[in-house]
Design a binder for this molecule. Structure first.
Ligand code: AP5
Length: 195
């Protein structure tokens, strides 16, 4: 899909390990939109020791949310640019109702608002093992058992108001994310193409 009325502007919501990154990459490839992954962007800043990275590192190492101002500085320009070009798939932003409110104000003013929010509904017991396996292969600095548990706790605290925000606007769809990546992708594609 390309520019204009039908451009994909999708938000993926889900706990750590639910497959936001995995599915976000597929959405980007299939629909020619930009995959904007807040965590990936922040980790790059931390690894390159930029100003944003230095200010974000401590929160990320504790599994807590990075201060909103840093996230906005990093993510908002990318969302605006992608929204005005071919569209986007957002992975991990907004992840609080405060961020959703802030995003709505800016994105609606610029005619690039989220069109569809998908909750990846995974089985909680699957998440820690998946992420510990990833820790072995990828060595992400925030994939220790303690930090993963903190990230899961933050998700539980933030998710209900975030879901309510998109549900009230008629934008929220839930996808069963307990199957294989291919199973999840088949459902996600069906949802994207029916909206
Ligand atoms: P972020 O990088 O977004 O981490 P997360 O939300 O904890 O999510 P993950 O990346 O761990 O999981 P995922 O859902 O993307 O799953 P994935 O596809 O990789 O955020 C990290 C940190 O950045 C936060 O803690 C915070 O500090 C900061 N941050 C980010 N956004 C922020 C914001 N908006 N505001 C403030 N702070 C922010 O899959 C995981 C593994 O499982 C992979 O190995 C994959 O191969 C496997 N897998 C995926 N799907 C399946 C499946 N269906 N079956 C089996 N295995 C699967």
């Amino acid at each position: 899909m390309t520019q204009g009325e039908r451009a994909v502007r999708l938000l993926l919501i889900g706990p750590p390990g639910s497959g936001k990154g995995t599915q976000g990459k597929r959405v980007a490839q299939r629909y020619g939109v930009e995959h904007i992954a807040a965590g990936d962007l922040l980790r790059l800043e931390v690894e390159t020791e930029s100003g944003i990275g230095r200010r974000a590192a401590a929160s990320m190492q504790r599994g807590e949310l990075v201060p909103d101002a840093l996230v906005y500085e990093l993510v908002m320009p990318r969302v605006l640019a992608a929204g005005k070009a071919n569209g986007y798939v957002l992975d991990g932003f907004p992840r609080s109702v405060g961020q959703a409110e802030e995003g709505r104000a800016i994105f609606e003013d610029n005619d690039v608002a989220v069109r569809l929010a998908v909750l990846l509904d995974a089985i909680p017991d699957d998440l820690l093992p998946r992420l510990l396996e990833r820790a072995q292969s990828e060595g992400r600095f925030d994939d220790t058992p303690e930090v993963i548990r903190a990230r899961l706790d933050v998700f539980k605290e933030e998710v209900e108001p975030l879901l309510a925000f998109y549900r009230e606007r008629g934008l929220l769809v839930t996808v069963d994310a307990s199957g294989s990546p291919d199973d999840v992708w088949a459902q996600l594609q069906a949802v994207v193409e029916s909206t």
